[in-house]
Design a protein around this ligand. Structure first.
Ligand code: GLY
Length: 376
Protein backbone atom coordinates (compact mmCIF):
# COMPACT_ATOMS: atom_id res chain seq x y z
CA UNK A 1 0.00 0.00 0.00
CA UNK A 2 2.02 2.98 -1.15
CA UNK A 3 -0.63 5.68 -1.69
CA UNK A 4 0.61 8.62 0.37
CA UNK A 5 -2.83 9.85 1.48
CA UNK A 6 -4.43 8.33 4.53
CA UNK A 7 -7.72 9.02 6.27
CA UNK A 8 -7.85 7.86 9.89
CA UNK A 9 -11.32 7.40 11.38
CA UNK A 10 -11.16 7.94 15.13
CA UNK A 11 -8.92 10.12 17.30
CA UNK A 12 -8.50 7.94 20.35
CA UNK A 13 -5.14 6.61 21.49
CA UNK A 14 -4.90 4.15 18.60
CA UNK A 15 -6.02 6.55 15.88
CA UNK A 16 -3.78 9.37 17.05
CA UNK A 17 -0.76 7.10 17.54
CA UNK A 18 -1.15 5.78 13.99
CA UNK A 19 -1.80 9.28 12.63
CA UNK A 20 1.32 10.65 14.32
CA UNK A 21 3.57 7.83 13.12
CA UNK A 22 2.17 7.96 9.56
CA UNK A 23 2.38 11.75 9.31
CA UNK A 24 5.93 11.71 10.70
CA UNK A 25 6.83 9.14 8.03
CA UNK A 26 5.60 11.45 5.27
CA UNK A 27 2.00 10.36 4.73
CA UNK A 28 -0.62 13.04 4.20
CA UNK A 29 -2.96 12.27 7.06
CA UNK A 30 -6.52 13.42 7.74
CA UNK A 31 -8.07 12.40 11.07
CA UNK A 32 -11.87 12.31 11.31
CA UNK A 33 -13.45 12.54 14.75
CA UNK A 34 -16.30 14.78 15.98
CA UNK A 35 -14.67 15.01 19.43
CA UNK A 36 -11.01 13.92 19.44
CA UNK A 37 -9.73 12.16 22.57
CA UNK A 38 -13.15 11.96 24.16
CA UNK A 39 -14.09 8.26 23.97
CA UNK A 40 -12.79 5.24 25.85
CA UNK A 41 -9.24 6.61 25.74
CA UNK A 42 -10.32 9.61 27.83
CA UNK A 43 -11.78 7.33 30.50
CA UNK A 44 -8.94 4.77 30.57
CA UNK A 45 -7.10 3.82 33.74
CA UNK A 46 -3.85 3.77 31.76
CA UNK A 47 -2.34 0.50 32.94
CA UNK A 48 0.42 -0.84 30.71
CA UNK A 49 -0.02 -4.26 32.14
CA UNK A 50 0.19 -7.19 29.77
CA UNK A 51 0.71 -9.63 32.58
CA UNK A 52 -1.84 -8.47 35.07
CA UNK A 53 -4.51 -7.84 32.39
CA UNK A 54 -4.09 -11.20 30.64
CA UNK A 55 -5.10 -14.61 31.86
CA UNK A 56 -3.67 -18.07 31.28
CA UNK A 57 -4.94 -19.12 27.85
CA UNK A 58 -4.59 -15.67 26.26
CA UNK A 59 -0.97 -16.27 25.22
CA UNK A 60 -1.14 -14.40 21.89
CA UNK A 61 -2.57 -11.33 23.60
CA UNK A 62 0.08 -11.58 26.27
CA UNK A 63 2.87 -11.82 23.70
CA UNK A 64 1.48 -8.83 21.84
CA UNK A 65 1.20 -6.87 25.08
CA UNK A 66 4.72 -7.79 26.16
CA UNK A 67 6.10 -6.65 22.82
CA UNK A 68 4.20 -3.37 23.02
CA UNK A 69 5.34 -2.78 26.60
CA UNK A 70 8.96 -3.24 25.44
CA UNK A 71 8.31 -0.51 22.86
CA UNK A 72 6.68 1.89 25.34
CA UNK A 73 9.76 3.68 26.76
CA UNK A 74 11.04 4.56 23.29
CA UNK A 75 7.55 5.45 22.08
CA UNK A 76 7.17 7.82 25.05
CA UNK A 77 10.63 9.35 24.55
CA UNK A 78 10.00 9.95 20.84
CA UNK A 79 6.55 11.35 21.56
CA UNK A 80 7.92 13.76 24.16
CA UNK A 81 10.55 14.95 21.69
CA UNK A 82 7.98 15.34 18.90
CA UNK A 83 5.33 17.06 21.01
CA UNK A 84 7.60 19.06 23.31
CA UNK A 85 5.54 17.95 26.30
CA UNK A 86 5.32 14.93 28.63
CA UNK A 87 3.89 11.64 27.40
CA UNK A 88 2.68 10.65 30.88
CA UNK A 89 4.61 7.37 31.31
CA UNK A 90 4.93 6.16 34.94
CA UNK A 91 7.53 3.54 35.78
CA UNK A 92 6.83 2.85 39.46
CA UNK A 93 5.42 -0.62 38.68
CA UNK A 94 2.39 -2.57 39.85
CA UNK A 95 1.34 -4.57 42.87
CA UNK A 96 -1.39 -7.18 42.79
CA UNK A 97 -2.98 -7.82 46.16
CA UNK A 98 -5.54 -10.16 47.66
CA UNK A 99 -7.86 -9.88 50.61
CA UNK A 100 -9.42 -13.29 51.35
CA UNK A 101 -8.04 -16.85 51.15
CA UNK A 102 -9.75 -17.55 47.79
CA UNK A 103 -8.19 -14.44 46.31
CA UNK A 104 -4.77 -15.56 47.52
CA UNK A 105 -5.21 -18.86 45.68
CA UNK A 106 -5.85 -16.87 42.49
CA UNK A 107 -2.65 -14.93 43.12
CA UNK A 108 -0.73 -18.20 43.42
CA UNK A 109 -2.00 -19.15 39.95
CA UNK A 110 -0.97 -15.77 38.57
CA UNK A 111 2.46 -15.93 40.25
CA UNK A 112 3.09 -19.41 38.82
CA UNK A 113 2.03 -18.24 35.38
CA UNK A 114 4.29 -15.18 35.53
CA UNK A 115 7.20 -17.27 36.79
CA UNK A 116 6.75 -19.67 33.87
CA UNK A 117 6.90 -16.72 31.48
CA UNK A 118 10.14 -15.53 33.05
CA UNK A 119 8.58 -12.26 34.25
CA UNK A 120 9.94 -10.50 37.32
CA UNK A 121 7.51 -11.18 40.12
CA UNK A 122 7.91 -11.28 43.88
CA UNK A 123 5.46 -12.92 46.31
CA UNK A 124 5.02 -10.77 49.43
CA UNK A 125 3.12 -11.15 52.70
CA UNK A 126 0.56 -8.56 53.78
CA UNK A 127 3.11 -6.93 56.05
CA UNK A 128 5.74 -6.79 53.30
CA UNK A 129 3.16 -5.34 50.95
CA UNK A 130 2.37 -2.55 53.41
CA UNK A 131 6.06 -1.83 53.79
CA UNK A 132 6.24 -1.37 50.03
CA UNK A 133 2.97 0.56 49.75
CA UNK A 134 1.92 2.00 53.12
CA UNK A 135 -1.46 3.04 51.65
CA UNK A 136 -2.56 -0.62 51.62
CA UNK A 137 -4.90 -1.48 54.48
CA UNK A 138 -4.92 -4.33 57.00
CA UNK A 139 -7.35 -6.43 54.91
CA UNK A 140 -4.57 -7.02 52.38
CA UNK A 141 -3.27 -10.49 53.18
CA UNK A 142 -0.54 -10.70 50.60
CA UNK A 143 0.28 -10.07 47.02
CA UNK A 144 2.72 -9.81 44.18
CA UNK A 145 5.09 -7.08 43.15
CA UNK A 146 5.28 -6.85 39.33
CA UNK A 147 7.77 -4.03 38.77
CA UNK A 148 7.67 -4.18 34.96
CA UNK A 149 3.93 -3.58 34.54
CA UNK A 150 3.79 0.21 34.09
CA UNK A 151 1.14 2.92 33.63
CA UNK A 152 0.48 6.06 31.64
CA UNK A 153 -1.59 9.14 32.37
CA UNK A 154 -4.10 8.73 29.55
CA UNK A 155 -5.03 12.42 29.33
CA UNK A 156 -1.43 13.62 29.31
CA UNK A 157 -0.72 11.05 26.60
CA UNK A 158 -3.68 12.06 24.44
CA UNK A 159 -2.70 15.73 24.58
CA UNK A 160 0.86 14.87 23.52
CA UNK A 161 -0.34 12.64 20.68
CA UNK A 162 -2.57 15.37 19.28
CA UNK A 163 0.25 17.93 19.34
CA UNK A 164 2.75 15.48 17.84
CA UNK A 165 0.34 14.43 15.08
CA UNK A 166 -0.47 18.04 14.20
CA UNK A 167 3.19 19.06 14.29
CA UNK A 168 3.93 16.19 11.88
CA UNK A 169 1.26 17.57 9.54
CA UNK A 170 -1.86 15.53 10.36
CA UNK A 171 -5.08 17.48 9.81
CA UNK A 172 -7.92 16.96 12.30
CA UNK A 173 -11.45 17.32 10.90
CA UNK A 174 -14.19 17.34 13.55
CA UNK A 175 -16.79 15.35 11.65
CA UNK A 176 -18.43 12.00 12.44
CA UNK A 177 -17.72 9.19 10.00
CA UNK A 178 -20.89 7.36 8.98
CA UNK A 179 -19.51 4.75 6.55
CA UNK A 180 -16.37 3.79 4.69
CA UNK A 181 -17.28 3.76 0.99
CA UNK A 182 -15.96 1.43 -1.71
CA UNK A 183 -16.67 0.68 -5.37
CA UNK A 184 -16.91 -3.06 -4.84
CA UNK A 185 -13.21 -3.69 -4.89
CA UNK A 186 -11.40 -0.64 -3.47
CA UNK A 187 -12.04 2.05 -0.89
CA UNK A 188 -13.15 5.40 -2.30
CA UNK A 189 -13.68 7.54 0.80
CA UNK A 190 -15.70 8.17 3.94
CA UNK A 191 -19.29 9.39 4.26
CA UNK A 192 -19.58 11.79 7.19
CA UNK A 193 -22.20 13.94 8.90
CA UNK A 194 -20.90 16.79 6.70
CA UNK A 195 -19.04 16.85 3.41
CA UNK A 196 -17.59 13.47 2.48
CA UNK A 197 -13.88 12.72 2.28
CA UNK A 198 -12.33 11.12 -0.82
CA UNK A 199 -9.60 8.70 0.08
CA UNK A 200 -8.12 5.53 -1.36
CA UNK A 201 -6.70 4.42 1.96
CA UNK A 202 -8.81 4.50 5.14
CA UNK A 203 -7.74 3.30 8.56
CA UNK A 204 -10.62 2.52 10.93
CA UNK A 205 -9.68 3.18 14.57
CA UNK A 206 -13.16 3.99 15.79
CA UNK A 207 -13.09 1.75 18.86
CA UNK A 208 -16.49 0.39 19.85
CA UNK A 209 -18.09 2.19 16.89
CA UNK A 210 -15.90 0.50 14.29
CA UNK A 211 -18.32 -2.28 13.33
CA UNK A 212 -20.86 0.26 12.08
CA UNK A 213 -18.50 1.67 9.48
CA UNK A 214 -18.19 -1.16 6.97
CA UNK A 215 -20.08 -4.43 6.43
CA UNK A 216 -16.84 -6.45 6.64
CA UNK A 217 -16.55 -5.41 10.32
CA UNK A 218 -20.11 -6.32 11.30
CA UNK A 219 -20.19 -8.37 14.50
CA UNK A 220 -16.43 -8.10 15.05
CA UNK A 221 -16.35 -5.24 17.57
CA UNK A 222 -18.82 -4.71 20.41
CA UNK A 223 -19.02 -2.13 23.21
CA UNK A 224 -17.94 -3.31 26.66
CA UNK A 225 -18.80 -0.62 29.18
CA UNK A 226 -16.37 0.34 31.93
CA UNK A 227 -17.02 2.85 34.71
CA UNK A 228 -14.21 4.64 36.53
CA UNK A 229 -13.88 7.16 39.33
CA UNK A 230 -11.29 9.89 39.69
CA UNK A 231 -10.24 10.78 43.22
CA UNK A 232 -7.93 13.50 44.48
CA UNK A 233 -5.84 13.41 47.64
CA UNK A 234 -6.79 16.10 50.19
CA UNK A 235 -4.53 17.72 52.76
CA UNK A 236 -4.25 15.53 55.87
CA UNK A 237 -5.43 12.33 54.17
CA UNK A 238 -3.18 9.28 53.91
CA UNK A 239 -0.92 9.61 50.82
CA UNK A 240 -1.89 7.59 47.74
CA UNK A 241 0.14 4.57 46.57
CA UNK A 242 2.98 5.25 44.16
CA UNK A 243 2.45 1.99 42.21
CA UNK A 244 -0.62 0.81 40.37
CA UNK A 245 -2.60 -1.35 42.78
CA UNK A 246 -4.65 -4.20 41.37
CA UNK A 247 -6.75 -6.16 43.80
CA UNK A 248 -9.10 -9.03 44.09
CA UNK A 249 -11.69 -8.31 46.74
CA UNK A 250 -13.78 -11.41 47.41
CA UNK A 251 -13.15 -12.41 43.81
CA UNK A 252 -14.00 -9.00 42.31
CA UNK A 253 -11.21 -7.15 40.46
CA UNK A 254 -10.56 -3.48 41.17
CA UNK A 255 -7.60 -1.25 40.35
CA UNK A 256 -6.21 2.10 41.47
CA UNK A 257 -3.82 3.91 39.14
CA UNK A 258 -1.97 6.92 40.59
CA UNK A 259 -1.61 10.19 38.75
CA UNK A 260 0.88 12.98 39.40
CA UNK A 261 -0.27 15.47 42.03
CA UNK A 262 -2.24 13.04 44.21
CA UNK A 263 -4.83 11.85 41.69
CA UNK A 264 -6.07 8.28 41.68
CA UNK A 265 -8.16 6.55 39.02
CA UNK A 266 -10.30 3.74 40.40
CA UNK A 267 -11.67 1.23 37.94
CA UNK A 268 -13.36 -0.45 36.45
CA UNK A 269 -16.71 -2.11 36.06
CA UNK A 270 -17.34 -4.30 33.03
CA UNK A 271 -20.77 -4.75 31.46
CA UNK A 272 -22.24 -5.45 28.04
CA UNK A 273 -25.16 -3.03 27.87
CA UNK A 274 -24.77 -1.69 24.34
CA UNK A 275 -23.85 1.92 23.63
CA UNK A 276 -24.62 3.03 27.18
CA UNK A 277 -22.27 5.53 28.81
CA UNK A 278 -24.29 6.43 31.90
CA UNK A 279 -22.56 5.94 35.22
CA UNK A 280 -24.68 3.79 37.51
CA UNK A 281 -25.15 4.11 41.26
CA UNK A 282 -24.30 0.42 41.66
CA UNK A 283 -21.08 0.84 39.68
CA UNK A 284 -19.91 3.72 41.87
CA UNK A 285 -20.87 1.85 45.05
CA UNK A 286 -19.02 -1.32 44.05
CA UNK A 287 -15.86 0.51 43.00
CA UNK A 288 -15.73 2.60 46.17
CA UNK A 289 -16.51 -0.33 48.47
CA UNK A 290 -13.83 -2.57 46.96
CA UNK A 291 -11.20 0.16 46.59
CA UNK A 292 -11.71 1.26 50.18
CA UNK A 293 -11.17 -2.31 51.44
CA UNK A 294 -7.70 -2.18 49.90
CA UNK A 295 -6.85 1.52 50.31
CA UNK A 296 -8.78 2.70 53.39
CA UNK A 297 -7.30 6.20 53.22
CA UNK A 298 -9.33 7.08 50.13
CA UNK A 299 -12.38 7.72 52.31
CA UNK A 300 -10.84 11.14 52.97
CA UNK A 301 -10.15 11.91 49.32
CA UNK A 302 -12.28 14.10 47.05
CA UNK A 303 -14.41 12.30 44.48
CA UNK A 304 -13.85 14.55 41.48
CA UNK A 305 -15.24 12.62 38.53
CA UNK A 306 -17.16 9.55 37.50
CA UNK A 307 -17.22 8.45 33.88
CA UNK A 308 -17.97 5.52 31.64
CA UNK A 309 -16.26 4.44 28.43
CA UNK A 310 -16.91 1.75 25.86
CA UNK A 311 -14.05 -0.67 25.39
CA UNK A 312 -13.98 -2.14 21.90
CA UNK A 313 -14.32 -5.88 22.52
CA UNK A 314 -13.47 -8.42 19.82
CA UNK A 315 -14.71 -12.03 19.68
CA UNK A 316 -11.39 -13.43 20.96
CA UNK A 317 -10.06 -10.42 22.97
CA UNK A 318 -7.24 -9.91 20.45
CA UNK A 319 -7.39 -6.65 18.49
CA UNK A 320 -7.94 -6.43 14.75
CA UNK A 321 -4.91 -4.91 13.07
CA UNK A 322 -4.48 -5.25 9.33
CA UNK A 323 -6.29 -5.10 6.01
CA UNK A 324 -9.97 -6.02 5.85
CA UNK A 325 -12.59 -6.07 3.11
CA UNK A 326 -11.92 -3.93 0.04
CA UNK A 327 -8.44 -2.86 -1.04
CA UNK A 328 -7.32 0.23 0.82
CA UNK A 329 -9.25 -0.53 4.03
CA UNK A 330 -7.09 -1.04 7.10
CA UNK A 331 -8.33 -1.51 10.62
CA UNK A 332 -6.72 -1.02 14.02
CA UNK A 333 -9.48 -1.60 16.51
CA UNK A 334 -10.88 -4.12 19.01
CA UNK A 335 -8.17 -3.41 21.58
CA UNK A 336 -10.67 -4.05 24.38
CA UNK A 337 -8.93 -3.47 27.78
CA UNK A 338 -5.53 -2.81 26.22
CA UNK A 339 -5.68 0.24 23.96
CA UNK A 340 -3.10 2.24 25.90
CA UNK A 341 -0.73 -0.71 26.18
CA UNK A 342 -1.00 -1.75 22.54
CA UNK A 343 -0.70 1.71 20.96
CA UNK A 344 3.06 1.53 20.18
CA UNK A 345 3.05 -1.90 18.53
CA UNK A 346 -0.20 -1.13 16.69
CA UNK A 347 1.15 2.13 15.27
CA UNK A 348 4.35 0.38 14.17
CA UNK A 349 2.31 -2.36 12.48
CA UNK A 350 0.07 0.14 10.69
CA UNK A 351 3.08 2.07 9.44
CA UNK A 352 4.59 -1.17 8.13
CA UNK A 353 1.32 -1.99 6.34
CA UNK A 354 1.18 1.48 4.79
CA UNK A 355 4.73 1.11 3.53
CA UNK A 356 4.21 -2.44 2.29
CA UNK A 357 6.68 -3.80 4.86
CA UNK A 358 6.13 -6.97 6.92
CA UNK A 359 4.27 -6.35 10.17
CA UNK A 360 5.93 -7.33 13.47
CA UNK A 361 5.51 -11.10 13.90
CA UNK A 362 3.47 -10.87 17.11
CA UNK A 363 0.88 -8.68 15.34
CA UNK A 364 0.13 -11.37 12.77
CA UNK A 365 -2.19 -13.07 15.27
CA UNK A 366 -4.31 -9.89 15.17
CA UNK A 367 -4.90 -10.10 11.39
CA UNK A 368 -8.64 -9.45 10.83
CA UNK A 369 -8.59 -12.24 8.20
CA UNK A 370 -8.87 -14.75 11.09
CA UNK A 371 -12.58 -13.93 11.00
CA UNK A 372 -14.34 -15.08 7.84
CA UNK A 373 -16.44 -11.89 7.53
CA UNK A 374 -13.33 -9.76 7.19
CA UNK A 375 -11.65 -12.14 4.77
CA UNK A 376 -10.23 -10.43 1.71
N1 GLY B 1 -7.49 -1.75 31.07
C1 GLY B 1 -8.37 -1.39 32.09
C2 GLY B 1 -9.77 -1.55 31.80
O1 GLY B 1 -10.16 -1.85 30.70
O2 GLY B 1 -10.55 -1.38 32.70
Amino acid sequence: MTNSQLTVVGAGVIGMSCAWRAAAAGFQVTVLDPAPASGASWVAGGMLAPVTEAWPGEEELLELGEESLRRWPQFAAELEAAAGRPAGLRTEGTVVVATGAGDRAELDTLAAYLGKLGRAVERLSGREMRRLEPALGPDVRGGLSVPDDLAVDNRVLLAALRVAAERAGARFVERAARAVLDDGSRVTGVRTDGPGVDSQVVLVCAGAHSARLHPCLEGLVRPVKGEILRLAHRAGAFPPPSRTVRALVDGRPVYAVPRDGGGLVIGATQAETGFDTEVTVGGVRDLLRDAERVLPGIAEYALVESAAGLRPGSPDNLPLVGPAGPDGLLVATGHHRNGMLLAPVTADAVLALLRGDPVPKVVQAADPARFSLARR
